[in-house]
Design a protein around this ligand. Structure first.
Ligand SMILES: [Zn+2]
Length: 93
């Protein structure tokens, strides 16, 4: 059995500077396309099924193909859905 070693460019999420700055300023507008959380944040700024969301998805899909990160388009979609849910429940509190 071979353990897959983590790719050096696949930095842990906590170490992503764009994610860190978004914790302090949610509308910082910085995203790293090699980071799943960043892609999810980017996608969650659009309305599902809107032309913007479709454009964002194809952009993210292109980047996944190019950068080959440790996540796929479905992971980004799932993360984005979670983000939207979190935001929604924070609003209704
Ligand atoms: Zn990030």
């Amino acid at each position: 059995m071979t353990l897959l070693s983590a790719k050096p460019e696949a930095a842990p999420i906590a170490a992503c500077p764009a994610c860190e700055s978004s914790q302090q300023r949610p509308v910082s507008g910085t995203y790293r396309m090699a980071c799943q959380e960043c892609c999810a944040r980017l996608l969650s700024t659009t309305r599902p099924q809107s032309p913007q969301a479709e454009a964002m998805l194809s952009l993210i899909a292109r980047n996944i193909k190019r950068l080959a990160p440790a996540f796929g388009l479905d992971d980004v979609k799932a993360s984005a859905r979670l983000l939207v849910q979190k935001r929604r429940s924070a609003m209704t509190k």
